[in-house]
Every structure is written in structure tokens, then in C-alpha cells.
Design a protein around this ligand. Structure first.
Ligand code: NAD
Ligand code: ZN
Ligand code: ZN
Length: 379
């Protein structure tokens, strides 16, 4: 038992007090974990675009004051009542979507949408008692997607924690806790391209480039990267992207450009932008008869997906996924093993690193579209 078990821990956390305002490093109190919960010491966290959306709160409803962050790696500090699968000292990745192990989704081989622990962006409290574990002078500070990793210590449901190989370097594998697994799984588990096929990837941030990496691992022969930011193209070459399309360079819809390049459309497409027009293009650019499009980007709250029903009648399939259909507790440890066996490289996704005090720099980089993942060191 650690000396802090059962006690309130005072530590530093980056608090989002208001939408779009720089985070403020504050001293927060973190209550001990309750039944089915664990308290984690976060060592590394990184920034994903989903944090930025909910911080901006332009496109999404959001709850403030809040501790954001969901891509991270850490060590279990203490466990609450009834937690048997995790113990203090375990190396773990917290995940924004959980796995209770008991519900119809957890029992299904097809779904990772756990009824109890699936992503919920509006809930800022713990399920157990509907309260927060974070506070400042008694004032509650809300949670984000059950993880709130922009804090030296956080409390999460044990079902949202993957126990991983203790030899895995946490400063690298933290990016597997959201973006890289999401993109990789969207291709390998959902789009499932066959060897020699063509794949279009919309959005060449870390999630999209991980989707491209999945296409490369699956043996796709053409990987077409689509982005509005030409600076992304140079970086994307390292990820096996074979051709590039900037929709701004054409005066016709990008789906038509891709159909012309591929004799009627790509076999698979994966959308990783969050922009609804890119989602529509990603669907309409797949080949009739067999094409499959997969949506990954988190859309604007008022977005409406509009396409002619004939596109479906012509035997195109549209799918969507959270977390690349991986079940966090069952599947994530094996994604970490892919990295340990050098089948998957994560270093090339990590372009920046900052200390915790400089966390706002990571936001600036993402808003400018510079780099892929920025690791935030907690110490
Ligand atoms: P990012 O900002 O690093 O990358 C997004 C890229 O999309 C950028 O390069 C941008 O230039 C490009 N883009 C934007 N609009 C475009 C358009 N209309 N056409 C072509 N390219 C366009 O973001 P990221 O961290 O890689 O995340 C990508 C998306 O995936 C976000 O929407 C994020 O919220 C979402 N996401 C979803 C899941 C999930 O489980 N479904 C998990 C993680 C992230
Ligand atoms: Zn994410
Ligand atoms: Zn479940």
C-alpha cells in the first residue's frame, strides 16, 4: 500500500476555467478512489484534437471548470473497493471509452461501445456517486471523458484502464491511449482493406497517419492522403502515403478527383478530420459495389451528413468507430506489444515535447497545425 492510499492528494493540475482561455496550473485536491475506481499517477500525457474541441467549446457543448486530457500513461497509485484486476504499481493507459466486461457490447465480438463506460463527453462526474474527485478549496472541478489526464493524479473507473507490459516506455506508448490506436484500428478492424487495395485517408494528423499506417500494414498498394494543409504532405511520406490531394487545388469536389485517379473510386476510405464535408467526400469517393468508408473525426454538434440514397443503393458502405473498435482492457495490451515487437513504430508520431507548465504550447501547436503529437511531461 502506498502511503497516500486512502488520503486526499494535493497535486498540480491544468484547469480549463473557461472555453478557449489558456489552461491554468492550479493546486487541486484529488479524493481517494471509491468502489470500482482507481487513482493513477500520470507520468506523460499528450494532446489529441478532441481535447481542443471541448476546450474551444465552439463545436461542442462543454462543462467548465474542467480538467481535460485523455491520451496518457501512468502508474496505479491506489485502488478502490472491489478492484481486483489492478494493483498499485501497475503500468497503465487510461482510455476515454471503457469495458465493463459484463454488458451485451462487452460480450459482443463486434462492439466496443460498453453500455456502462462508453464515451460520454457531457458527464463531468464519476458514475459511482455523481460527484467529482477533483476540487479546489471545496469547489468541484469537473472530469472529462472519465480520464482527466492533465493532472499529476486522476481518478478513473477501473474499466477504463488497460494494464500494459511494465517494460513499455510510457513516454512513447502514451500516444496509444487514444489517437494512434484509433487510427490504426479504424483501418485494421473496421475498414479492413485487402492486400493490393487502394485506401484514401482524409486528414493527415496523428489519427489519419495512424490510419495510413494500418493501410500499409494491411498491404494496401495505394494510400491517398487528403488534407487542406500542404505542410502535412512532407510528414505523411514517412507513413507510407503514396499520393496527395489538396481539395483546395481543384475546382471540383475531391470525391470526383479521387474517382478519376482510381478508375471509379477507392476500395476503402477513412475520415480523420471532424469536418462533415470531408465525411461526405470520404463516403462518396469509395467505389460502388464494394467500397467501405469509415468515419473517425468528431463532428460539430449541429452537423448533418447529407448524401443521395443512391450512393448506398449502389452498394457503398458507411461505418463509424470510436477508438478503432478496440476494447481497451482486452485489446490495448496487444497493441502495446505490436510496438514492443517493432511491428508498429510510435516515435514518428511524436514531434514535440513540453514540460507540464508549458501545456498551453501544445494547444498552440495543434491550433497552428504544426507537428503531430506533443508529449507533455508531468515532472
Ligand atoms: P489533427 O488536428 O492533428 O489532424 C486533423 C487534420 O485534418 C489536419 O491535418 C487538418 O488540416 C485536416 N483537415 C481538417 N479539415 C479538413 C478537410 N475538410 N479536408 C481535409 N483535411 C482536413 O487531429 P487528430 O488529433 O489527428 O484528430 C483527428 C480527428 O479524429 C479529430 O476530429 C478528433 O476529434 C478525432 N478523434 C476521434 C476518435 C474516435 O475514437 N473516433 C479518437 C481520437 C480522435
Ligand atoms: Zn483522442
Ligand atoms: Zn460493458
Amino acid at each position: 500500500m502506498s502511503s497516500t492510499a486512502g488520503q486526499v492528494i494535493k497535486c498540480k493540475a491544468a484547469v480549463a476555467w473557461e472555453p478557449g482561455k489558456p489552461l491554468v496550473i492550479e493546486e487541486v485536491e484529488v479524493a481517494p478512489p471509491q468502489k470500482t475506481e482507481v487513482r493513477l499517477k500520470i507520468l506523460f500525457t499528450s494532446l489529441c484534437h478532441t481535447d481542443v474541441y471541448f476546450w474551444e467549446a465552439k463545436a461542442q457543448d462543454s462543462v467548465f471548470p474542467r480538467i481535460l486530457g485523455h491520451e496518457a500513461a501512468g502508474i496505479v497509485e491506489s485502488v478502490g473497493e472491489g478492484v481486483t484486476e489492478l494493483a498499485p504499481g501497475d503500468h497503465v493507459l487510461p482510455v476515454f471509452t471503457g469495458e465493463c466486461g459484463e454488458c451485451a457490447h462487452c460480450k459482443s465480438e463486434e462492439s466496443n461501445m460498453c453500455s456502462l463506460l462508453r464515451i460520454n463527453t457531457e458527464r463531468g462526474v464519476m458514475l459511482n456517486d455523481g460527484k467529482t474527485r477533483f476540487s479546489i478549496n471545496g469547489k468541484p472541478i469537473y472530469h472529462f471523458v472519465g480520464t482527466s489526464t492533465f493532472s499529476e493524479y486522476t481518478v478513473v473507473h477501473a474499466g477504463c484502464v488497460a494494464k500494459i507490459n511494465p517494460l513499455a516506455p510510457l513516454d512513447k506508448v502514451c500516444v496509444l491511449s487514444c489517437g494512434i490506436s484509433t487510427g490504426l484500428g479504424a483501418t485494421l478492424n473496421v475498414a479492413k482493406p485487402t492486400k493490393g487495395s487502394s485506401v484514401a485517408v482524409f486528414g493527415l494528423g496523428a489519427v489519419g497517419l495512424a490510419a495510413a499506417e494500418g493501410a500499409r500494414l494491411a498491404g494496401a498498394s495505394r494510400i491517398i492522403g487528403v488534407d487542406l494543409n500542404p505542410a502535412r504532405f512532407e510528414e505523411a511520406k514517412k507513413f507510407g502515403v503514396t499520393e496527395f490531394v489538396n481539395p483546395k487545388d481543384y475546382d471540383k469536389p475531391v470525391q470526383e478527383v479521387i474517382a478519376e485517379m482510381t478508375d471509379g473510386g477507392v476500395d476503402r476510405s477513412v475520415e480523420c478530420t471532424g469536418n462533415v464535408n470531408a465525411m461526405i467526400s470520404a463516403f462518396e469517393c469509395v467505389h460502388d459495389g464494394w467500397g467501405v468508408a469509415v468515419l473517425v473525426g468528431v463532428p460539430h454538434k449541429d452537423a448533418v451528413f447529407k448524401t443521395h440514397p443512391m450512393n448506398f443503393l449502389n452498394e457503398r458502405t458507411l461505418k463509424g468507430t470510436f477508438y478503432g473498435n478496440y476494447k481497451p482492457r482486452s485489446d490495448l495490451p496487444s497493441v502495446v506489444e505490436m510496438y514492443m515487437k517493432k511491428e508498429l513504430e510510435v516515435e514518428k508520431f511524436i514531434t514535440h515535447e513540453v514540460g507540464f507548465k508549458e501545456i498551453n504550447k501544445a494547444f498552440e501547436l495543434m491550433l497552428k497545425g504544426e507537428g503531430l503529437r506533443c508529449i507533455i511531461r508531468m515532472e
